[in-house]
Design a protein around this ligand. Sequence first.
Ligand code: AMP
Length: 235
Amino acid sequence: MANERIVGPIILLGAPGAGKGTQAKLIAKTFGIPQISTGDLLRDNVARQTPLGIKAKAIMGTGALVPDQLVLDMVTGRLREADCERGFILDGFPRTVPQAEWLDKFLETERESKDAACKAACAPPVVIQLQVDYAKLFERIAGRRSCPSCGRIYNVYFQPPKVEGTCDVEGATLICRPDDREDVVKERLKAYEAQTLPLVDYYGSRGRLVVVDGDQPVEEVMRQAFSAIEHVNRL
Ligand code: AMP
């Protein structure tokens, strides 16, 4: 059952297919904080054909990153929603050094203006890097299926649904993301290496990074991620 204590910000860092979405959902449920996936937020904008969605769609289709400013405008509103008051888990954000710098500034400003409980909710983040062998990422992504209704993630090889092609919870037909195609995945991995991997140094040098081997069973990754959340000193 979700508890009511202040958890603070948590960031999941990792290549496409490293298991960020799966772990983010488990952490969100256990700690009772929202999962904020910028990929999901962007896909929602694309589906609703908002001005942001129309701009983002073409870029996402190539595997490149959406420009920082568009993502930051979207994230600012989301982080100020009431359900973030005990903390939140970021999945797929930050993805560039300027996004990480922006987040540090944002949290600092929130700490200055709020009471003690809100200050803790906006403490410096715990960053969990899910490390997975590059060769295995393709298999993980190729097997990935998700429920269009509840967002639950499956993998036909490692974590299949009880009934093939059907969500265990919603009964909906599982779908494959359009950007999980091989040519797009290659571009997404390139973008990860060039633009996101520098965040390992950014957070490592600030003493906030915990590396977890993402190549273990989901439960073991979860156990180590939970331990990081409980024990990392946020000061
Ligand atoms: P994801 O579901 O996290 O793999 O994201 C899917 C796509 O959305 C990425 O390939 C990017 O095009 C875009 N995207 C998601 N999060 C970000 C972000 N923080 N910065 C820039 N682009 C993003």
